[in-house]
Design a protein around this ligand. Structure first.
Ligand code: HEM
Length: 372
């Protein structure tokens, strides 16, 4: 059933058909779960990993240097630890004022009619992660195009276009790395270069980490902002509620993550037999479906910003791969929504949205809106 999914249609009817078969079922010869409880348990269970127990690369041919998202302990633990300090709640709180300035500037320069994605939701996270990684402004556009291609490769595999872009970006990162070796700054590249000098990671692992941060930073938060804005405009009573009380921003962010999860699925492989799942067998965890599990969320298909989120949705996954950028993404979503409420309270949809093709990353390609 999952192979029938397209990037632009509502996936939930298919998720519900799978849910009817119980918490764990098979689809196209693969285990699949729609259950919040089971998906959460698998994500936290050390008997599952992200690659086969013999360490073979799981995803087939790839040009990308591997990142810790695709690694099990002990490598995962070592590499994640090196990237973690840049995402501490204190660091993120320090970035907030900068993100506010970028959001204000983008909305101030947008016309009466603009594309919410191209003119606001995409450039905001691109600017934030470029800053965090220390990517100079003149290189940002090239990195952004590359991020989009890598994200597309999650669905379609590696294309020749992608291979080209890959070479270019690795060369760009190489240049930035050599520059930071000479003159370290206060950015992630500099701190990874220092770790490499102490042989705590290899040059290839450093590249893998940088590409992961780049793609994760570019390609997910844009959809949190886009999906959240669209949900609010499609539910005018909730948009009014938010306009009247902008401190609801964190609640809108959480409900968007649950109801329109930017990352819809992930997978894990059993390293030993677990409850009927054989060693070496993969399980697809449908995050988007788990986040609408009626056992956890009453009226799960309703978008309700006043909902109580207990337990937490799985939009950021769970367990050891829990999204490292969650605090950053939440802050960016919060800042973006408040900026919209302040600058364009009369916002309305001004044309048909177009959607991304991906079934993994859900969001819009363009969303025409008007200020009034
Ligand atoms: C709304 C925005 C975001 C969503 C929905 C999201 C979602 C996710 C999910 C579901 C995973 C885990 C996948 C799995 O368990 O297989 C993940 C991992 C990760 N995310 Fe995010 N993410 C977002 C934003 C960000 C940002 C802004 C960054 C920072 C640049 C980031 C960095 C990472 C990293 C480094 C990992 C790998 C963690 C690990 O393997 O230990 N994410 N993210």
């Amino acid at each position: 059933m999952l192979e029938q999914l397209t990037g632009h249609e509502d996936p939930h009817p298919i998720y519900e058909r799978l849910r009817a078969h119980g918490p764990l079922t098979t689809d196209g010869g693969m285990w699949v779960t729609t259950s919040h409880a089971l998906a959460g348990r698998i994500l936290r269970d050390r008997r599952f990993g992200v690659r086969p127990a013999d360490g073979a690369f799981a995803g087939g041919a790839s040009l990308l240097p591997e990142s810790f998202l695709e690694l099990d302990p002990p490598d995962h633990t070592r590499l994640r630890r090196l990237a973690t300090p840049a995402f501490s709640p204190r660091k993120i709180a320090e970035y907030r004022a900068r993100v506010e300035r970028v959001a204000d500037a983008l909305l101030a320069s947008a016309g009466d009619e603009f594309d919410l994605i191209g003119d606001f939701a995409a450039p905001l996270p691109i600017s934030v992660i470029s800053d965090l990684l220390g990517i100079p402004d003149e290189d940002t556009a090239e990195f952004a195009d590359y991020g989009a291609l890598v994200a597309a490769s999650f669905d379609s595999g590696v294309t020749p276009e992608m291979a080209n872009a890959n070479d270019k970006v690795l060369a760009l990162f190489d240049r930035l790395i050599s520059q930071r070796r000479r003159t370290p700054g206060d950015d992630v590249i500099s701190s990874l270069v220092a770790a490499e000098a102490e042989q705590r990671l290899t040059p290839r692992e450093m590249l893998g980490t940088l590409v992961l941060l780049l793609v994760a930073g570019f390609e997910t938060t844009v959809n949190l902002i886009g999906n959240g804005t669209r949900a609010l405009l499609d539910h005018p009573a909730q948009w009014r509620l938010f306009l009247d009380n902008q401190d609801l921003a964190p609640a809108v962010v959480e409900e968007t993550l649950r109801w329109a999860s930017p990352v819809q699925l992930t997978s894990r492989i059993a390293h030993e037999p677990v409850d009927g799942i054989g060693a070496g067998e993969w399980v697809t965890l449908l995050i988007g479906a788990a986040n609408r599990d009626p056992e956890v969320y009453p009226e799960p298909h309703e978008f309700d910003v006043l909902r109580v989120h207990k337990p937490e949705h799985l939009a950021f996954s769970s367990g050891m791969h829990y999204c490292l950028g969650a605090t950053l993404a939440r802050m960016e979503g919060d800042v973006a929504l408040r900026a919209l409420a302040r600058h364009v309270p009369g916002l309305r949809q001004a044309g048909a949205a177009t959607f991304r093709d991906s079934v993994v990353i859900r969001g819009m390609r363009s969303f025409p809106v008007s200020r009034s």
